[in-house]
Design a protein around this ligand. Sequence first.
Ligand code: HEM
Length: 430
Amino acid sequence: MRLTEVTPERLAGVDPSQVDLFDPEFHAGGDPHTVWAAMRERAPLHLSRLPDGRSFHSVTRYHDACQVLGNHREFTSERGSLLNQLGHGDAAAGKMLVATDPPRHSELRRPLNRMFTGRGLARSEHRIRAAVRALLARALDGERAPDGERSLDGEPFDLAREATMLPMAIAGALMDLPEPDWADLVQWTGMAAAPQDPVFMIRNSHATLAIAHHRLFEYFEQQYEARKGTEGDDAFRLLMTMRDGELTREEVVVNCYSLLLGANATTPHTVAGTVLALIERPEQFRAVRENPDLIPGLVEEGLRWTSPASSFLRYATEDVELSGGTVPKGGAVAVWVGSANRDADVFPDPYRFDVTRQENRHIAFGYGAHYCLGATVARLTLRIFFEEVLDTVEEFTLAGEPRHLTSNFVAGLTGLPVLARARRTAEATA
Ligand code: HEM
């Protein structure tokens, strides 16, 4: 996420009691990092009251975030884990992985773990690489002058928009979803994750969310029917057959929805946000170019820096002490992941983007039982993306203003116009 520097003057100007973190607009046009810094310092357990009477606490410090996300006995996921659902409960509670507490959560999660980690993924690597190469080829195409010579003033390429298709190369394949459907699925998951954003909004945010849910659930129901009696080793069929086919059609459908949303709503924002961080800090790009062993460090720092899954909600099952006070039984708590990942108690010099950062214990993938199922997949995608960038791109430059997503759930960019200059290898220039 592009960052206004957190200066002492800005920090002093923030009054946490006037902050409205619920407002999606604030995350697109405001300065959440300065506000979060002020909250970590002065209001680590912060109560927000909405005009309609609903309320929630916010935690912004790293250790509080880990306590809330990591202790399902004190903080349940079964009343919904998204701020948008505040006070409405979750119809998928106890059915969808992310909205289920252990022990049921472990029963659902264990069979999926194997598919989303380890050897199963090696087969996906070539698909991801092909998708990344195609994306970068399009980015570099703008550079080609009509006579075939390369010129530097090519066409701007919207990296944020183009990156939205990347997760389908793996999630689409892992779930065996037909490729012609991928563009629609990306559009609908975008609408579901950020219904308030002008890029996705149809009429209003409620209508947008309803349309997205309708389309996605109807789609997965059709896919379910088409798969009956067929065989395959994809995640969709695994959900249909796990525990002797115990899951209902509705349970399979909501979990497919959650898998696809988890993949599509996050990884592209780390791709775009990390490229933006590198554009703003060319010395970091050069450091990785000179030493590709730093790619894993770049990926982890990119995840910490962008923290695309911005907030998650839990409800206290009893009165719980956290720094700064008590969350009463039944109270909702929003964990601000991007803030926890800038906590100076854990990350020295937290506003410095540093590909050589040691002990980068970020919680971009969450913490505890719900730790992201797709973390290995996401890391693989990001590693391959940057390997290919280093191979083919000499530099990215900004060709316009980045546009931030309007959402209190996902932090990211909906627009990142860049110019990509191709790397001239010795072979190519000979
Ligand atoms: C940069 C990429 C990603 C980030 C930052 C991210 C972040 C997260 C976070 C913070 C959680 C915890 C939610 C909670 O505590 O309530 C989570 C859970 C989850 N993620 Fe991801 N995610 C990413 C990519 C993916 C991908 C690629 C997939 C699927 C292929 C995926 C699927 C899921 C699922 C299914 C869960 C629920 C796990 C559970 O409840 O046990 N995510 N993710």
